[in-house]
Design a binder for this molecule. Structure first.
Ligand code: CS2
Ligand code: MG
Length: 411
């Protein structure tokens, strides 16, 4: 079997998605997600100009060899662009292998370790009444675990909440970071002291309203120093969080040691990480509880499986990044992996616009807050190319974040 074509398809059925389609001489095709939110076209070029010519003529069954060739052979290793491109190839090749075997991908990864995959959804509100409505909406959709993000008094716009309107309602997609279609980043504002004062009061109110059972999560989105993060973790302990996410910019892995020493709130990190090397200290010293990398940004199913096996030795669980900027192709790959591994924790899932479900027809299903990859051979996603072409790329940025004096802060 040989690869005869590798095409990159860009479509915007509500937001930009980049998909690699690999075609073989037997007519079997495979899809991989290469979406890097806000920097999409860099991965398109990486794939089209540099990777596709290397793939044509090679054996699609040699997934590990192709992965190593693209990773080591480029000499310039790691980084989000490189690893998103490699991820797309890896997932497309797994899709082909599983289709040839006539099995859903999870069967090739060891088979199901559970009946279905628990997810969490996003609840957002500028203030408590709006937040409570949003939590109720997620519960009504069937979610059994909810991430809580709110506005902070005195700040106009905060991550997860936009201009006094819960993003879920504004964009029709739960938790979607608002993209500025005029192609300038939205500027949000930030005050760490105000945030640290406010957040424990929000969790107290949510627990009073919704009770002790429901798992609650929170994303600090890389904005705190280690000592601030330690304080937040400690102040949230009475509210029994499922996790506190990205409490510091975690590329400094040593920072988490201090956080860990001061709080028993579980910690989740890693959506911006690309390789196992980003986790060496964090996993090796058991400084975190959940690894957050996405199939799409971590080089694919092959290396993420290896990370999960490494994490398992340290009692750390999976929590694959699954916002709506991971396409249904990347999401499907994640769900197969979730179903197969033993140390599954939870899967993030915010749903997609109706148009996205039309463009990417998928076998995976969402019922009662749980996902299942379905039984279609491969990863179980088909891309309607004609429809995709009807929704062309639009330049869009993620927001940026500034302090009151204008200083750029982590977003
Ligand atoms: C977030 C993401 O889902 C999450 O936990 O941190 O929404 C993140 O902001 C986006 O994926 C950025 O593209
Ligand atoms: Mg996050």
């Amino acid at each position: 079997m040989k690869i005869v074509d590798a095409q990159v398809i860009v479509t915007n059925p509500g937001r930009n998605f980049v998909t690699l389609k690999i075609t073989t001489d037997t007519g079997v095709t495979g899809l991989g997600d290469a979406t890097l939110n806000g920097r999409e076209l860099s991965v398109v070029s990486y794939l089209k100009d540099h990777v596709a010519p290397l793939l044509v003529g090679t054996d699609p069954h040699r997934i590990e060899d192709t992965w190593q060739l693209l990773y080591r052979g480029a000499y310039w290793r790691r980084g989000p662009v490189t690893m998103a491109a490699i991820a797309a190839v890896d997932v497309a090749l797994w899709d082909i292998k599983a289709k040839v075997a006539g099995l859903p991908l999870y069967q090739l990864l060891g088979g199901a370790s559970r009946e279905r995959v628990r997810t969490y959804g996003h609840a957002n509100g500028a203030d408590l009444p709006e937040l409570f409505d949003s939590v109720r909406a997620r519960l009504a959709e069937g979610y059994t675990a909810v991430r809580i993000q709110t506005g902070v008094p005195g700040l106009k716009t905060v991550y997860g909440v936009h201009q006094g309107t819960a993003i879920a309602e504004a964009d029709g997609v739960a938790g979607a970071p608002r993209l500025d279609q005029t192609a300038r980043p939205v500027v949000e504002d930030w005050d760490t002291r105000a945030y640290l004062r406010h957040i424990p009061t929000v969790f107290e109110a949510v627990r009073n309203e919704f009770g002790p059972e429901i798992p609650l999560l929170h994303d600090a989105h890389h904005r705190l120093t280690p000592i601030e993060a330690a304080r937040l973790g400690r102040s949230l302990e009475p509210y029994d969080l499922f996790w506190l996410e990205d409490c510091t910019p975690a590329e400094n892995q040593d920072a988490l040691r201090l956080v860990r020493e001061h709080t028993t709130t579980p910690l989740a990190i890693g959506e911006v990480f690309n390789t196992v090397f980003d986790y060496q200290t964090l996993v090796g010293e058991q400084l975190i509880d959940y690894v957050r990398s996405a199939v799409t940004h971590f080089g694919g199913v092959s290396p993420l499986r290896k990370l999960f096996d490494y994490a398992a030795q340290h009692n750390i669980k999976s929590a694959i990044h699954g916002p709506e900027d991971i396409s249904p192709v990347g999401m499907a790959a994640a769900i197969h992996l979730d179903l197969a591994i033993h140390n599954f924790g939870i899967q993030e899932y915010s749903g997609y616009t109706d148009r996205t479900h039309e463009v990417f027809q998928h076998a995976f299903t969402f019922t009662d807050g749980h996902l299942h990859p379905g039984e279609a051979p491969g990863i179980g996603v088909d891309l309607d190319e004609e429809m995709a072409a009807g929704h062309p790329y639009e330049r869009a940025y993620l927001p940026v974040n500034r302090l009151a004096d204008g200083t750029v802060h982590d977003w």
